[in-house]
Design a protein around this ligand. Structure first.
Ligand SMILES: Nc1ncnc2c1ncn2[C@@H]1O[C@H](COP(=O)(O)OP(=O)(O)OP(=O)(O)O)[C@@H](O)[C@H]1O
Length: 231
């Protein structure tokens, strides 16, 4: 529901140990305090290596903080493990990446349905939901094609349909326009705007492109692992 807190962090940090001779520790995220509400559209910006993807992975429960707290819908992420964590990631969250990660051996239709198939949903329901999304994002004429036959923008719209098919609350996107030309970027960002304004999803997106970030309502800037601006 709009305005409910979806994700909250308290002094969340992430260190990595680099396996050189001295086992050097680097602190990639430092004491992040953040509240993200349902139905917000947020961009995370910052220089290369500033910690954007690390933050996205922590918020998407792919990685874990090394200290501090992260709460998803009020539940301490430390309590989320095993089947419960896998279910949340499959059903409550959708992921979109710069490189699409579509399976070339499956058709566009099968790629979109994949998360539902993995969730053992009814065949007819899978097909209906995938078709509905394909129509919404104007790729219904591509359903029988294979990913290697698509343009970058078409691949990304397929990946977005796949991320939405289980009707998640939140979409995490890591540089979703990073491989696209300006025309395809515009089409894909219009899709994200629709997902936000008409489908009422929360969107958390990493981008280094300010014109892409301007589609969102809130921009977080990260510098050396700290949030330096939140506007
Ligand atoms: N698994 C890991 N082990 C060790 N260091 C890591 C690991 N993952 C990331 N890092 C380091 O953490 C820092 C932040 O990485 P991150 O990928 O979050 O940056 P980013 O802001 O997304 O960068 P880019 O814009 O280049 O993708 C970098 O210095 C990176 O080398």
């Amino acid at each position: 529901m709009k305005d409910n807190v979806l994700l909250r962090t308290e002094n969340m940090s992430r260190k990595y140990v680099i396996s050189d001779r001295r086992e050097t520790e680097i602190e990639v995220l430092k004491d992040i305090n953040l509240e993200i509400r349902e139905q917000e559209f947020i961009s995370i910006m910052g220089k290369s290596g500033s910690g954007k993807t690390t933050l996205l992975k922590l918020l998407g429960l792919i990685d874990r903080p090394t200290s501090g707290k992260l709460y998803f819908k009020g539940v301490d992420s430390e309590e989320l493990r095993g089947d419960r964590l896998a279910r949340i990631r499959r059903q409550d969250m959708g992921f979109v990446y710069q490189d699409y990660y579509l399976l070339d051996s499956l058709s566009v239709f099968e790629n979109i349905m994949l998360p539902m198939i993995l969730d053992h949903k009814d065949d007819k329901v899978c097909k209906e939901e995938a078709e509905k999304l394909a129509v919404s994002f104007q790729i219904q004429n591509l359903l029988g094609k294979y990913p290697y036959e698509l343009s970058g923008g078409e691949k990304q719209r397929t990946a977005i349909c796949r991320a939405l098919v289980n009707q998640p609350d939140v979409i995490f996107a890591d540089e979703p326009t990073g491989n696209l030309d300006s025309r395809s970027t515009e089409i894909v960002m219009d899709v994200f705007s629709t997902i936000h304004s008409k489908m009422h999803k929360t969107i958390i997106m990493v981008t280094h492109d300010i014109s892409v970030a301007e589609y969102s309502e809130r921009i977080l800037y990260i510098e050396d692992g700290k949030i330096t601006e939140d506007r």
